[in-house]
Design a protein around this ligand. Structure first.
Ligand code: TXA
Ligand code: MG
Length: 465
């Protein structure tokens, strides 16, 4: 029954490696007018491009930000295929990707007679941004011309559309070969963290698309910054790979404002009722985010959390479902700048049934992880005392939890690069909760990292000093 319904189809999804190092170049890097394809090594890209031209099944492909799910932006059936594959609500507009300014020009030029194609259709306000940040992780909103070459499904009924020129040569060559602008959202299943490797895309979309191009891990790791320069003052709609500080330096953008909620507008404790919140970037596990603050460079909240878990387990008091957990919980810890790799769980002292207790992480061992993440696994024990040497706990010690730790490093760039991967890796290992060490988000791309984390979090903790 219903076997000819397109939604019943299950595709054999293939991951096509792209190993060529020469993936093309701009004829003139200053004008960005024409992207030139290399002469050899494009087999996988050609297959994907042909698929984009002749079918309505989208293709997974890498950009420098995250993997995208691309389709011919001029064809309704192809664009509809994106919404279907992702399970994305069709009122959420898509970003258009072009390979050069020639392609952008032909998209914006009016086909009606009397209009000279010599008139530059790109609004002046965007010129300094294009000069500074393209090709790269910046999306600009443009007025959709009337009539438009874009399929109406792309803009979700809005009078503007988002457009960018990615810097990934693989993406640029794919677009050039397809010969049309590609509409592409991030290639995750709706609500999940964005994919930064081909394996992430396969995990979410296996069976729903046919081709994923594998160009290795994405360099930036968070999505493009989305800006609207069609209003006054101009607005950053989504923080991303280009920081607001750098945008502010551009002519005409000095008084750019944030059009998204930042830290000061996020409540102290923000446990949002499920359903009240539009879920985004969320792994299966609950995310508890610890906000960084200038007053508290080292975050001391984790031991408090550990204490709450232990109390909940021992005394059956209500805390995030731990009170009724049958198994030993598995806790994920994502550390960035200040937390020790075990998130401060180790060596916490407290009174317990009138005895001095101490916690210890034992048997830490490295785990394999993608994207050069450093992951380790260990057991979290509480005891009266642990032998100075030798790791084995005694009979009276209590095995509280198992932990998997991920260290993203100190540099904002590395934190952005590894963030989505870390959330996905922890999910795949079946953790029950993820504690994340937030970073300060003053003006740089840390704003993008914290924006994604706040959306992923079920609980946001602030540490007061
Ligand atoms: O880095 C990126 O931008 C990635 C890669 C694949 O290029 N793409 C991406 O697309 O993140 P997506 O669909 O996951 O996010 C697009 C964002 C959404 O927040 C959407 O609401 C906004 O851009 N957007 C797109 N068109 C818009 C428009 N006309 N007006 C306002 N917002 C728009
Ligand atoms: Mg997305």
């Amino acid at each position: 029954m219903g076997s000819n319904n397109a939604e019943d189809h299950v595709f054999g999804t293939r991951v096509l490696p792209v190993t060529t190092t020469d993936l093309g170049h701009f004829e003139n890097q200053d004008t960005l007018e024409k992207w030139i394809l290399p002469t050899a090594g494009l087999e996988s890209l050609e297959e994907a491009a042909s698929h984009l031209k002749h079918t309505s099944i989208p293709v997974g492909f890498p950009t420098e930000t995250v993997y995208g799910l691309g389709a011919d932006a001029t064809r309704s059936d192809a664009v509809t295929g994106i919404y279907k594959a992702k399970g994305r609500p069709s009122d959420n507009p898509l970003i258009i990707h072009v390979c050069d300014l020639t392609m952008l020009g032909s998209l914006l030029s009016s086909p009606s007679p009397g209009h000279s194609s010599a008139v530059d259709p790109v609004p002046e306000i965007y010129k300094p941004l294009i000069k500074a940040f393209w090709p790269g992780p910046l999306t600009i909103l443009l007025p959709n011309p009337e009539p438009s070459k874009l399929a109406p499904e792309v803009t979700a009924g809005l009078s503007s559309f988002g457009l960018r020129m990615p810097s990934s040569p693989l993406a640029l060559s794919l677009i050039q070969l397809a010969g049309v602008p590609l509409a592409a959202p991030s290639a995750n299943a709706s609500t999940k963290p964005s994919p930064t490797t081909a394996q992430h895309v396969l995990h979410d979309l296996d069976g729903t698309i046919e081709i994923i191009l594998d160009g290795g891990p994405c360099q930036v790791g968070v999505e493009s910054t989305v800006v609207d320069g069609l209003c006054d003052p101009p607005v950053v709609l989504r923080p991303g790979g280009v920081s607001i500080d750098r945008i502010r330096e551009c002519k005409g953008w000095g008084d750019v404002v944030k059009g998204y909620k930042d830290a000061s507008e996020v409540g102290n404790q923000a446990p949002r009722a499920p359903g009240m919140k539009y879920k985004h970037y969320s792994p299966k596990a609950k995310v508890v985010l610890f906000e960084a603050s200038p007053q508290s460079p080292s975050i001391l909240g984790i031991p408090t959390e550990a204490w709450k878990i232990m109390s909940a387990l021992a005394k059956k008091t209500d805390h995030m479902g731990y009170e009724s957990m049958e198994k030993t919980p598995l806790i994920g810890i994502v550390s960035t700048r200040h937390w020790p790799v075990t998130g401060g769980f180790e060596g916490v002292k407290w009174g317990w049934d009138n005895e001095e207790g101490v916690t210890k992480i034992i048997r830490r061992r490295p785990l394999d992880a993608s994207s050069n993440l450093q992951m380790k696994r260990g057991e979290f024990w509480r005891g009266v005392s642990f032998p100075e040497s030798g790791e084995l706990p005694s009979d009276t010690d209590v095995h509280i939890a198992d932990i998997v730790t991920v260290s993203l490093g100190n540099e904002t760039k590395d934190i952005a690069h590894g963030l989505f991967s870390a959330l996905r890796e922890l999910d795949q290992r079946g953790v029950d909760v993820i504690y994340v060490e937030g970073i300060e988000d003053e003006g740089d791309i840390a704003a993008a990292v914290m924006n994604r984390l706040r959306k992923a979090a079920s609980i946001i903790e602030r540490v007061h000093t």
